[in-house]
Design a protein around this ligand. Sequence first.
Ligand code: COA
Length: 195
Amino acid sequence: MNAAVLHKTSELRHRPGPCPVITTDRLVLRPHKLGDAEAIAQSLGDFKVSRMLARVPQPYDRQDALDWLVLQASGLLPGWTLAITTGDDVHLGVVGLEPRGGQWHLGYWLNRFYWDRGYMTEAVAAVLERFFRRMPDTDVRAGAFADNLASLNVQRKLGFRIAGAGDLFSIARNRMAPHIETVLRPEDFRIPVRP
Ligand SMILES: CC(C)(COP(=O)(O)OP(=O)(O)OC[C@H]1O[C@@H](n2cnc3c(N)ncnc32)[C@H](O)[C@@H]1OP(=O)(O)O)[C@@H](O)C(=O)NCCC(=O)NCCS
């Protein structure tokens, strides 16, 4: 076996495999499809959502969503981007895990109508549980803008710890904003019980 093949083999061993379908008490998380474009455009066209994300432009329309979905469907991306649905296939939001700079990064967002019902904690807990089954001993990195207390709360409940702070550019805000970096070690992961 030559060096290139060996490198490719070890790279594949460090991937979680294809994007799964995950069912929780209230949610079905599934891979994306092109038909999700309209719902994604509606959710991310809301500045209250996009201002908390680093890489989402404003305004955001159906073509932006389609461009993103085509990339997801290409099979070229090594991570997972799961659509959050309530089982009737209405697209509520996204949970993604992607490798960047040799580390796995978590990202997520939810349509504003569905906030504050515990959906994201439930969704992210289920995705991480599946990820750690396939990739034990792998730290997961996340973060949030410092004014995003809801997101920092989601991460705290799951066992993430603060790992650093700095400024990060938000495309939607068109400026730098204070940002907290967090990390979840597999041994710290816990699934919170819903009240
Ligand atoms: C962040 C986000 C995903 C949270 O989703 P959610 O389903 O509402 O989250 P949950 O209900 O599971 O948990 C939110 C927690 O934060 C708390 N919370 C909500 N708003 C808060 C606020 N303004 N200040 C402090 N805590 C707050 C909730 O009470 C809850 O904690 P609890 O379970 O201890 O009561 C959602 O607000 C969102 O999509 N925001 C815009 C995009 C975004 O921020 N993405 C993440 C980028 S890092």
